[in-house]
Design a protein around this ligand. Structure first.
Ligand SMILES: [Zn+2]
Length: 225
């Protein structure tokens, strides 16, 4: 027997923290390259942090776990978003001002709600952006449905082929940053970029789109992240 042995239970081995699970879900989301994924798909991933069943137990539902990681959940998503918006509005009324990070955090924990401020940021790209949407809906500038659509870089709106062609034509088939064009250099690959990133509420409208070459677009993405 060791006299000075320190007895301790390593909780990490039996239970992962929520941030660790969220991180793992995000990693799988990147790898699978799909909008959303189910419990079965995640379970097949050899590097998973825990079984989907364990994760579901920790977060109450699989949908809530995905939502916490900022990933669209197949079925429960819209209901969850409605709840989130409802509580954001209540918190707004309570404070008589657009809730700050701290105020919303206090409100959510006081009312024992299953989502966090991070969930709002993941879904809406920021509290200020959600506040703007709410005002726009109130003033009839936006349909209410817009509130329940994710504005996240993982679920970007597709750019239609017509819009793509209009943007390319407007920009003379040249990268607006460096001027590269496939007409002069066959290796140049042009892409359509959101000037205001989708994650910050940018729309797939012509005014918000520009032609960039692959290289310039990669550079921009690194700065945006
Ligand atoms: Zn370029």
């Amino acid at each position: 027997m060791m006299e000075n042995y320190k007895y301790k239970i390593d909780r990490q081995k039996t239970q992962f923290s929520k941030p660790e699970i969220i991180q793992s879900l995000k990693e799988f989301h990147e790898i699978c390259g799909k909008d959303t994924f189910g419990m079965r798909e995640y379970n097949k991933w050899p590097s998973r942090i825990a079984t989907s069943e364990t994760i579901r137990t920790r977060f109450d539902t699989w949908g809530k776990a995905l939502l916490a990681a900022g990933i669209r959940a197949e079925r429960s998503c819209k209901l969850e978003l409605k709840e989130m918006v409802k509580h954001f509005k209540l918190c707004w009324q309570e404070n008589d001002a657009v809730p700050s990070y701290r105020q919303l955090e206090t409100y959510l924990s006081k009312n024992k709600l299953p989502f966090r401020v991070n969930s709002y940021q993941n879904v809406y790209g920021g509290l200020g952006y959600l506040a703007k949407l709410i005002v726009q809906v109130q003033e009839g500038q936006l349909p209410e449905e817009e509130l329940y659509r994710r504005k996240n870089k993982n679920s970007r709106e597709p750019i239609s082929p017509t819009t793509r062609m209009k943007v390319l034509k407007r920009d003379n088939f040249r990268c607006v940053k460096c001027g590269a064009t496939p007409k002069e250099d066959k290796s140049v690959k042009l892409e359509i970029d959101h000037i205001i990133p989708v994650a910050r509420g940018g729309l797939s409208k012509i005014d918000n789109l520009q032609t960039l070459c692959y290289k310039c677009n990669q550079g921009k993405k690194d700065n945006d992240d």
